[in-house]
Design a protein around this ligand. Structure first.
Ligand code: SF4
Length: 250
């Protein structure tokens, strides 16, 4: 599908009011309970906060199925543990080492209500990152405090999910937010550049370009970035370089 048609609304997408996931059958109607696959303290690996100690909360369920997904275990509802938001707040506030918190997945915005509540509680004392796959509205975050930052994927063709993006999200991105493209080949890179240029994303927020781990030579991607001229931040999934590609909980 041509990009123009895609952006006009040709994409299959989740409506703002509908957070029912037909793939993993998750509908978290709980407003104060988060269904979590794992939580851990590690090194932030793929944003402008790369390298910093970060407390991760990996939420259960995802409405997409990217070809190169590295967290397929997050789809499984049976692996999820429910946590009341107060329990999670107590755990975080009792650990003085925690200053940066990331909600990731899976897709955390399938559990919008409790995630928003956690963000409101955390915003006064912590930097918060919400990593989302770009298929669900981020409208609720448009007036969030600046230390609650959305890191939104725009899926490239090799993911098989690029027609699932919720393009209205571009209206809701703020200068503190970040857009991330994971690329597997030159076609993905060219697609990312085309999207950035058509939507003037470089005038809206920070841009991250990340290689699909182990599938592109890093010098090659660096050459593409340097040759193109878009102000991408190239990042390399630092946690995988430190601990390997398959280790969980890091
Ligand atoms: S959006 Fe993320 S968790 Fe969901 S399938 Fe894609 S890579 Fe996996």
């Amino acid at each position: 599908m041509p990009l123009r048609a895609l952006i006009r609304g040709g994409a299959k997408r989740f409506k703002e009011e509908s957070l029912f996931c037909r793939r993993c059958h998750l509908k978290n109607s709980e407003t104060e309970t988060l269904f979590v696959v794992e939580k851990f303290f590690s090194i932030q690996g793929e944003s402008s906060f790369v390298g910093l100690p970060c407390y991760f909360v990996r939420m259960a369920g995802c409405n997409l199925r990217c070809n190169w997904c590295d967290t397929t275990y997050s789809y499984n509802q049976e692996e999820a543990t429910p946590f009341h938001i107060d329990t999670l707040m107590d755990e975080i506030s009792s650990n003085e080492k925690i200053r940066l918190i990331e909600f990731t997945g899976g897709e955390p915005l399938l559990q919008m209500d409790p995630v928003l509540k956690m963000c409101r509680k955390l915003a006064s004392n912590y930097q918060v990152l919400i990593e989302t796959n770009g298929s669900i509205s981020i409208k609720e975050f448009r007036r969030a405090p600046k230390n609650v930052r959305v890191i939104m994927d725009i899926k490239t063709p090799s993911s098989g999910m690029h027609d699932m993006m919720y393009w209205d999200n571009v209206k809701y991105l703020r200068p503190v937010d970040e857009v991330k493209f994971v690329v597997r080949n030159r076609d993905d890179f060219d697609y990312a550049c085309e999207i950035v240029n058509k939507l003037s994303l470089n005038e809206i927020c920070g841009l991250i370009i990340s290689p699909c781990y182990g599938e592109i030579e890093l010098p090659e991607l660096a050459e593409w970035v340097l040759g193109q001229g878009i102000f991408f931040r190239m990042q390399v999934q630092l946690h995988k370089i430190i601990w390997g590609a398959t280790k969980r909980g890091v």
